[in-house]
Design a protein around this ligand. Structure first.
Ligand SMILES: *[C@@H]1O[C@H](CO)[C@@H](O)[C@H](O)[C@H]1NC(C)=O
Ligand SMILES: *[C@@H]1O[C@H](CO)[C@@H](O)[C@H](O)[C@H]1NC(C)=O
Ligand SMILES: *[C@@H]1O[C@H](CO)[C@@H](O)[C@H](O)[C@H]1NC(C)=O
Ligand SMILES: *[C@@H]1O[C@H](CO)[C@@H](O)[C@H](O)[C@H]1NC(C)=O
Ligand SMILES: *[C@@H]1O[C@H](CO)[C@@H](O)[C@H](O)[C@H]1NC(C)=O
Ligand SMILES: *[C@@H]1O[C@H](CO)[C@@H](O)[C@H](O)[C@H]1NC(C)=O
Ligand SMILES: *[C@@H]1O[C@H](CO)[C@@H](O)[C@H](O)[C@H]1NC(C)=O
Length: 376
């Protein structure tokens, strides 16, 4: 195993990623990432004559070729057992109907027969089905990536925790169709909205109104929690300021889905990050998913990578980021997602120079086969 690995490192020109993955592999022996390398990166393939795509549309079409629908459906079949936008992203305006007509423990109609309970069908989700989705994490890897145009070219763009986008639009894009919020962020948002400091208040309103029709959703246990009161504050501010942002609440917490990862990779996660949960949720309503800004290492190509692209926060130690990263790499390998690390080059000359792993000079690298129910 050592020799092919050595060659891959020398030839690939993605040495840092390789080293990163080796590190991950060392930490997570069960993930068997060695198989990734023995089958990829034969750089002498004669496909270089293919003309590179020139426009963003052509580029997106070429990128679609990365996906393996068989494998996507396999993962979808598993994630749909745990995630469902009808349960996880419900119009907040339906909340009172939900409390009135449904059992908040079981999501069944109160007036249905106990032995034949009917699902709570009086509430609805703003989420539809989308052909292409971008799930954008907040890693500093996005800085100087030029991924903005590519991210915005997706039908549906999902982010976590309402990050700033406008000042970074070249790298992170400008659209947000869904943003899921954790407890800490919801507290920050309501504090800003209730602040006596008008500058702070207006900045938060601007953030909330950054994309017309954006769905703003809470991701943890909601019924009977403090989040309800805070969500009312956000909702009221949105209405008062005529923003078209849609607020949403979950019946079920994203955290109730830990077993999903056991089923997918055979590994128990202590606490999956918002990003990983967002992927799992998205996989239930998106055909193809590209993931940007998910990179836990502190350096890339010998340059330091901040934890977030927008602040100087030190990394959170609550998540098993290395294992999560290995999982994303493997899903990329299997064509389940595109996991984009590094630059997005939409100009044709540079298209190949920094293509994310999984592409070698614009052509798809060989992938190992998806085995049984796991993809590791
Ligand atoms: C890509 O192709 C160019 C020219 O065809 C070649 O010089 C370069 O080494 C190739 N890069 C990779 C990573 O295969
Ligand atoms: C790499 O691919 C080329 C062209 O497809 C082939 O001729 C060559 O034998 C391959 N090399 C290895 C080491 O598999
Ligand atoms: C996914 O589930 C559907 C229905 O349960 C089934 O028809 C299909 O074959 C499954 N697809 C895969 C790839 O497992
Ligand atoms: C109001 O908030 C802005 C931005 O958060 C900050 O720069 C400014 O110092 C604050 N003003 C006061 C009076 O606290
Ligand atoms: C919102 O719209 C209403 C009616 O269209 C208008 O009366 C009100 O002034 C608007 N509020 C803001 C903050 O723009
Ligand atoms: C290609 O990328 C390199 C490195 O990022 C950059 O120096 C060069 O100017 C780019 N070329 C074009 C045509 O954009
Ligand atoms: C998709 O993956 C499956 C299982 O790994 C493989 O058998 C199939 O050939 C792949 N399909 C394409 C189009 O690459």
């Amino acid at each position: 195993m050592i020799r092919p690995l050595f060659h891959a490192t020398v030839f690939a020109g993605v040495g840092m990623i390789t080293i990163g993955l080796l590190y991950v592999y060392k930490l997570t022996g069960t993930l068997q990432l060695n198989r990734v390398f023995t089958r990829r990166l034969n750089l002498t393939t004669p496909d270089d004559s293919r003309p590179p795509p020139a426009s963003i549309e052509q580029l997106m079409a070429a990128r679609e070729a990365h996906f393996n629908m068989t494998n996507i459906w396999k993962v979808q079949n598993i994630s749909r057992k745990y995630f469902n936008p009808k349960l996880h992203i419900i119009y907040f305006s339906d909340f009172h109907v939900f409390l009135e007509k449904c059992d908040p423990q079981t999501f069944t109609l109160r007036n249905s027969h106990p032995r034949r309970p009917r699902p709570c069908n009086v509430v609805h989700t703003p989420i539809k089905h989308y052909r292409t989705c971008a799930v954008v994490g907040n890693s500093g890897i996005l800085l100087h990536s030029s991924c903005g145009a590519e991210i915005d070219a997706h039908e549906f763009v999902i982010r976590s925790n309402l990050p700033p986008v406008s000042p970074y639009r070249t790298d992170v894009g400008s659209r947000t169709d869904l943003t899921s919020i954790n407890v800490k962020r919801l507290v920050q948002i309501t504090e800003a909205l209730q602040s006596f400091n008008a500058t702070r208040r207006k900045a938060m309103l601007a953030r909330l109104g950054q994309t017309p029709g954006m769905v703003f959703s809470y991701s943890f246990g909601f019924v009977g929690s403090n989040a309800k009161r805070r969500m009312h504050i956000v909702d009221a501010a949105i209405k008062k300021n005529n923003l078209s942002t849609i607020t949403a609440f979950p019946f079920r917490s994203f955290l109730d889905s830990k077993r999903l990862y056991t089923e997918l990779v055979g590994k128990q996660w202590g606490f999956a990050s918002t990003g990983l949960n967002t992927f799992a949720l998205a996989s239930t309503f998106c055909d193809t998913i590209s993931m940007y800004g998910f990179y836990p290492m502190s350096t890339y190509q010998n340059k330091p990578v901040p934890y977030h692209y927008y602040d100087n926060m030190p990394p959170s130690d609550r998540h098993d980021f290395d294992a999560e990263y290995a999982m994303l790499r493997q899903m990329d390998e299997d064509g389940v997602i595109r996991h984009v690390v590094g630059k997005c080059n939409i100009d044709s000359e540079n298209l190949t120079a920094h293509s994310p792993v999984g592409y070698v000079n614009g052509t798809k690298s060989k992938r190992r086969l998806l085995q049984h129910r796991t993809f590791i």
